[in-house]
Ligand binder design. Structure first.
Ligand code: TXA
Ligand code: MG
Length: 338
């Protein structure tokens, strides 16, 4: 078994060294990996993803010692956060080391760096020994894949573009890493995730951390901040329990189909009200945020495949623990008006 894994890792490393792309599991979502020090590999990466070249990618490394290979003028805060959260679902934005290619940074002076905790990702990074640029393994603007099967499906129309997909099972975290900028003395969350603002403030001290709304729509340097990001193809609406029940009943009266992801009590109310709804599309959402995040993208993907008219998701609780999930739902439901 381990021999098999070692062999796949070896195979993956040789593909990466040859400038090809290898999809690999991380604890957040699957990444599409490319040698971060090869301009040709990075160009291939952008082409396959269909991503504008002005959008920076995260460099994945195996150990804190490698930080100085990619970043310079590293503040003490970086090491404090690394100590607490790496390996794990956190990306730090730091001043880039001089040699870092503009294809990595989108032409900026900063670089995003992460040490993932998935054992297969760490094994791959250790064997590769350099940095791997790895955006989520989806085409630009689509939902991030949280299983090897979802990666295969994403690139099924051009399978030869991705040299290999390492299968590490379903992702444990389920949404993308928390991105923290350390470019000024006040750390700032650019993309919320499962490491929440309170946990970051706990490490840095509240005065060294700027709370408040993170990635504003104007900051297009984080493409996740574009409103239509992370979107399924079916129109998705987030609504409170009462609104959601009303909307589903309305749609049902028009004999249109809907998928619903809602908390237990809302689903119970719907069940007692509805006869015509496709049973399979009425799903109870986990009350625990970790379980919710783990299930979210897989669930939206499954809904999308059913080709129903609408997807309804019950609004999630307030509080910083849910910021990452709430952010992804907002983006997935971005509508042109209202
Ligand atoms: O969990 C994750 O972060 C996953 C896994 C594979 O590690 N990766 C991921 O990559 O979500 P991607 O490329 O889909 O999203 C990375 C985000 C982008 O929004 C990008 O703009 C931002 O990180 N980013 C990267 N470098 C940056 C920089 N120097 N300044 C600001 N934002 C940066
Ligand atoms: Mg992405």
């Amino acid at each position: 078994m381990t021999a098999d894994i070692d062999q796949s890792i070896e195979h993956a490393v040789s593909k990466l060294k040859a400038g090809l792309l290898v999809a690999f599991p991380t604890e957040t979502v699957y990444g599409l990996g490319a040698d971060a020090s090869s301009a040709a590999a990075l160009e291939r990466l952008y082409a396959v993803k269909g991503r504008p070249t002005s959008h920076p990618v995260i460099v994945h490394i195996a150990s804190v010692e490698q930080l100085t290979d990619w970043a310079k003028d590293i503040p003490a805060q970086a090491y404090q956060l690394a100590e607490r959260f790496w390996p794990g679902p956190m990306t730090l934005i730091l001043p880039k080391a001089d040699h870092v290619l503009s294809q990595v940074t989108g032409g900026q002076d900063s670089v995003g760096i992460r040490i993932p905790s998935h054992p297969l990702a760490l094994k791959l990074l250790e064997a590769f020994s350099g940095g791997l640029a790895a955006p989520s393994a989806n085409r630009f603007g689509r939902l991030s894949p949280t299983s090897a099967q979802a990666v295969e499906a994403e690139f099924s129309d051009s399978p030869d573009q991705v040299a290999m997909v390492l299968d590490g099972g379903p992702c444990d975290v389920g949404i993308e890493s928390t991105i923290i900028s350390l470019l000024s003395s006040q750390a700032k969350i650019l993309r919320p995730g499962m490491i929440d603002a309170d946990s970051v403030a706990e490490v840095l001290g509240a005065e060294a951390f700027s709370f408040g709304s993170s990635a504003s729509a104007g900051e297009t340097r984080v493409p996740g901040a574009l409103p239509s990001h992370y979107a399924p193809q079916t129109k998705l609406t987030v609504a409170s329990s009462e609104q959601l029940i009303e909307l589903v009943l309305e749609l049902n009266a028009m004999e249109r189909s809907a998928a619903v992801f809602a908390f237990d009590s809302t689903v119970a109310k719907l069940r007692s009200n509805l006869s015509g709804l496709v049973f399979d599309s009425l799903v109870v959402a986990p009350e625990q945020v970790d379980q919710y995040a783990r299930a979210l993208y897989e669930q939206l993907r499954r809904f999308d495949k059913l080709k129903l008219d609408r997807i309804f998701v019950e609004a999630v609780p307030y509080g910083s623990a849910w910021d990452g999930v709430r952010d992804r739902l907002e983006r997935a439901s971005a509508e042109v008006s209202a």
